[in-house]
Write a protein that binds this ligand. Structure first.
Ligand code: KIV
Length: 301
């Protein structure tokens, strides 16, 4: 998948909203996850900065560094051959100046093998996006709940819930499109707001917790597959997220079985060995008896 193909797909969606294939996007952070996305035919693979929370155990996305993101982006790029690979620029790597943003974007492409980058924020990011795109790197924008800014937003909470705030989100989206973004993620806004923005834009919208009327949907790998059963994760697994599998429970079950085998394997092996020894002793005895009988012509059992 390329950004151009995505634009074509979006034209098809706009032309035939009922029947055209909408866009599927999922996060991945390592090689095996990327292979799974590839095999499943996912269109876009986001190496999200949610890495900080679901893979590195941080409380928010704010702690993850460019180096950490690049390390994981490289692994994902080795596994995902067909999806468009989006590298998520972490907090502090693009806000200082358009030049800083372009340098970071180049690192994602050259060192991370990403196809393009994503960054968070509204119309205040227009200059940064313009600069990155003019430098030759495609940019996906991200509005609504922007987790890098939770200290300003006051936490992980829905956005655009009043008419004024919804209008501001629409203005943001139009401004980001105008700056050259090829798509925009809309996170945790009321479905009607996401729908209005989707209708107003030419570029695709990718929704998360924002209803069904966007051009596509994105979910975090661990959330959608029920990967994290630890209480730490239950505090931030979004309520809107449907579970398509229950991997966490499966993994725990497999590991618990292994623990039992490890703990008791010596005893079990001893039992098996003594059974085997007994069996081979009995079988030797039977053979010897048989040979003896054949030699003497008797039929002793
Ligand atoms: O980092 C991430 O996983 C994201 C998605 C929630 C869109 O930005």
């Amino acid at each position: 998948m390329t950004a151009m193909e995505l634009a074509r797909r979006n034209r098809a969606i706009k032309g035939d909203p009922e029947n055209a294939k909408r866009i599927s996007m999922v996060t991945a952070y390592n090689y095996p996850q990327a292979l799974h996305l590839d095999l499943a035919g996912i269109d876009i693979c986001l190496v999200g900065d949610s890495l900080a929370m679901v893979e590195l155990g941080h409380e928010t996305t704010q702690q993850v560094t460019v180096e950490e993101m690049l390390h994981h982006t490289r692994a994902v790029a080795r596994g995902a051959q067909h999806p468009l690979i989006v590298g998520d620029m972490p907090m502090g790597s693009y806000e200082v100046s358009p030049e800083q943003a372009l340098e970071t974007a180049y690192r994602f492409v050259k060192e991370g093998n990403a196809d393009c980058v994503k960054l968070e924020g509204g119309k205040e990011r227009s200059d940064v996006i313009r600069k990155i795109v003019s430098g030759g790197v495609a940019v996906m924008a991200h509005i609504g709940l922007t987790p890098q800014s939770i200290s300003v937003l006051g936490g992980f909470r829905a956005q655009g819930r009043t008419a004024v705030k919804a209008r501001a989100l629409l203005d943001d989206a139009l401004s980001l499109q105008d700056a050259g973004a090829f798509a925009v993620v809309i996170e945790c806004v009321p479905p009607v707001v996401a729908e209005v923005i989707t209708e107003a834009l030419e570029i695709p919208t990718i929704g998360i917790g924002s209803g069904p009327h966007t051009s596509g949907q994105v979910l975090v790998f661990h959330d959608m597959l029920g990967m994290c059963v630890h209480p730490h994760f239950s505090t931030f697994t979004p309520k809107f997220c449907k579970h398509y599998a229950n991997l966490g429970a499966e993994i725990s079950q497999g590991l618990e079985q292994y623990v039992v085998v490890c703990r008791f394997s010596v005893r079990v092996t001893k039992d098996i060995l003594s059974d085997l020894r007994l069996e081979s002793f009995n079988s030797n005895m039977r053979t010897q008896q048989h040979d003896k009988n054949s030699n003497t012509g008797t039929n002793e059992k």
